[in-house]
Design a protein around this ligand. Structure first.
Ligand code: NI
Ligand code: MN
Length: 227
């Protein structure tokens, strides 16, 4: 069984747990790293880490078409309701909930959170998902923070970390995050989408393999990994 994660470039993932399709930060239509259209994807749940356009992405459109339940913070859920999204589940930092697909907890992230129309989006979040006896940590957009050690204490099988620098952790701090989290596997994301966040994920992989005990997996857009 296990959990299959498919990357669509930037921070966009589709997570498959059994028959459930759970999208994370579905930024597709303006994402040059994928040709997958928000008009064609299937979704049962959508998780949005924060309000920035490259994360909330096509959430409204996909949720309206598929009827997917959107899970995010309270402020973003209120905004989604105002956009006509009917099914939302609001959580907030530190709070977890047992959803049909697994237990999802929102974690802190150090970043901004305004929505594309300028509405206030509350605090940005990371996601800690426990299902199928596995734990996946999606850091979202964040700088390095020492409390990643607390997240790592829970036992992380897969950490999904930004390495793009400029708006989030860069390669060096992302390696420090790996040392705090001590995940079994790490997947680097949030790079190469724009000129400002160009990185060499293979150089990062080499450093990760040399300097940590964690296995680094570099995905091509639309490629999957099962954890
Ligand atoms: Ni952001
Ligand atoms: Mn971002």
């Amino acid at each position: 069984m296990g959990i299959q994660v498919t990357w669509y470039g930037h921070s966009a993932f589709c997570v498959r747990i059994g028959d459930a399709l759970i999208w994370v930060d579905p930024f597709l239509s303006d994402n040059a790293l994928t040709s997958v259209s928000p008009n064609e994807v299937d979704a049962h749940y959508i998780l949005a880490t924060h309000g920035h356009g490259d994360h909330i992405g096509d959430t409204v459109q996909i949720a309206k078409r598929t009827g997917a339940l959107v899970i995010s913070n309270f402020e973003i859920c209120n905004w989604l309701q105002a956009q006509g999204v009917q099914k939302t589940h609001a959580q907030h930092i530190g709070g977890g909930f047992e959803h049909p697909f697994g237990y999802l907890k929102l974690t802190i992230a150090h970043h901004g959170c305004y929505l594309p129309d300028g509405s206030y989006g509350g605090a940005p979040a990371g996601l800690l998902l426990t299902a199928e006896n596995r734990r996946i940590y999606f850091a979202g957009d964040t700088g390095l923070f020492y409390d990643m050690h607390l997240i790592g204490e829970e036992g992380v099988d897969l950490a999904v970390l930004p390495i793009g620098d400029n708006f989030t952790m860069g390669p060096h701090d992302a390696l420090r995050a790996v040392r705090l989290l001590e995940p079994r596997v790490v997947i680097p994301i949030h790079y190469d989408t724009f000129e400002l966040i160009k990185q060499d994920p293979h150089a990062w992989t080499q450093r990760g393999e040399e300097e940590t005990e964690t296995q680094v997996i570099v995905l091509e857009p639309e490629q999957s990994h099962t954890v």
